[in-house]
Design a protein around this ligand. Structure first.
Ligand code: ADP
Length: 422
């Protein structure tokens, strides 16, 4: 049944854009099958039923695409026009070659039918033949295009997969490096802190006159050694804190304590500077404020950093105020629905100043490590850009939030929410 005439047995030369070298192989039988969508197949089946005669589409190498197999003798006699052919044993068919760009890619056949019905069968077969021809000329382009499209999609997908794999490797490596960096920083800062504490301790002892009285000049020098030592200790402590945070080693040791005590400690650390700049330090804590339920050391650090910045970035004769009241511990997200459970109660602490302020575009960035609004800030005000990053990490470790509201030239208010003891 599949022995084909020599003229039609050569592989079909399809559109050269899609043949070897074009990246997409087109297989004529498959293409033909693709073209006969379910609607066309139904139409052919319907025609078979209405005529009481088989309607067949045969692809290259004899594959049946629709209907049933047709004797080779019938196909061998086919031309590009619909014509009657005999299978040699008296069965009659109407048959036509299916061409694409001058090459035979299959056959369309109707039959067998009794000789007296030829005229009627021919009318229907002519119509169906035109229909399939039309499908071939318009549909092949679409099939090519969609094959090209899926091939390029596949390429893009493979490329994406490879990129993802490379990215995942890079992320893993970076995470490893980040851990190494954090551990290195933690170790180095710890090692630096120990001798520095001795430097500060011995300068303090010298100032107290333990090794004999100092003249004014000596006293000034030793005082400078002590102050610079303390400044350095502050920077090293910040680096140690940030490396612990980055290594995920923030452990909270919670207890209940009044906020007022911690505010006093923070004020006492800035009092010398505040006096020198004639800055007023005020606290306005709501009456009957409940105690905090938090890590005391961390809250002290949070307030020292916030009050320290407030004094640092406020010009002479300004005011720094610490306020606190009971409030939801999470800042309400405007998209949050009101029928959801209310946020747990906590304390909102606000540290306000009448200082230089922070431009809107920098207000979230100031919480990033090493970020300073003005690059000359380090020279003018000192600091490392780590203080607020530590504040946010410590606050978030408590389940709270830290943010800032500020008007450049007028002042800033830093807010933090922390949990309270019930
Ligand atoms: P540091 O103060 O050591 O530079 P911080 O992380 O504490 O680092 O602050 C980051 C930056 O945010 C500061 O350098 C400064 O530009 C800005 N900033 C912080 N607090 C204030 C404030 N109260 N008023 C104005 N600018 C501030």
């Amino acid at each position: 049944m599949t022995a084909l005439p020599p003229a039609t047995s050569a592989p079909p030369a399809l559109d050269p854009r899609h043949s070897a070298g074009g990246g997409v192989d087109i297989d004529a039988p498959v293409v033909l099958a693709d073209l006969l969508d379910s609607r066309t197949r139904k139409l052919l089946q319907q025609a078979t039923r209405d005529l009481g005669v088989g309607v067949h589409v045969i692809a290259q190498h004899g594959q049946v695409v629709a209907g049933a197999a047709v004797p080779d003798g019938v196909l061998a006699g086919a031309t590009y026009e619909l014509r009657a052919a005999d299978d040699g044993s008296g069965h009659r068919f109407l048959v036509q070659q299916l061409l694409h760009e001058g090459e035979v890619i299959g056959w369309f056949a109707v039959g067998p039918y009794p000789p007296d019905r030829e005229a009627g069968v021919k009318r229907v077969a002519t119509y169906l033949g035109h229909l399939i021809d039309h499908l071939l000329s318009t549909g092949l382009e679409k099939v090519y295009a969609s094959r090209m499209h899926s091939a390029s999609m596949e390429d893009a997908y493979l490329e994406l997969q490879q990129k993802n794999a490379r990215l995942a490797q890079a992320v893993e490596r970076l995470q490893e490096l980040d851990k190494i960096k954090s551990n290195f920083l933690a170790t180095v800062s710890h090692e630096l802190r120990t001798p520095l504490t001795s430097v500060i301790g011995y300068s303090e002892m010298l100032l107290e006159g333990i090794a004999g009285a100092l003249n004014d000049e000596q006293r000034d020098y030793v005082k400078t050694v002590m102050e610079k030592g303390e400044q350095l200790l502050g920077i090293i402590s910040s680096i140690l804190d940030i490396s612990k945070i980055e290594a995920g080693r923030v452990n909270l040791d919670r207890s209940a304590f009044p906020l007022g005590d911690v505010v006093q400690v923070a004020f006492s650390t800035v009092t010398p500077t505040a006096r020198r700049k004639a800055i007023a330090l005020k606290q306005e804590l709501a009456p009957s404020l409940p105690p905090l339920w938090a890590d005391r050391d961390k809250v002290r650090q949070i307030l020292i950093n916030l009050v320290g910045n407030a004094v640092k970035f406020t010009p002479e004769h300004g005011t720094v105020t610490v306020r606190a009241e009971v409030a939801p511990i999470k800042r309400l997200d405007p998209t949050e629905r009101h029928d959801e459970a209310p946020a747990p109660r906590g304390m909102r602490i606000a540290v306000s100043d009448t200082g230089i302020g922070i431009p809107l575009e920098a207000q979230n960035k100031v919480f990033e490590p090493f970020y300073q609004v003005d690059n000359s800030s380090t020279r003018q005000y000192g600091g490392t850009g780590l203080g607020l990053s530590i504040v946010r990490s410590f606050v978030e470790a408590h389940g709270g939030t830290a943010w800032v509201e500020s008007v450049p030239g007028k002042g800033s208010t830093f807010f933090v929410t922390l949990p309270i003891g019930e």
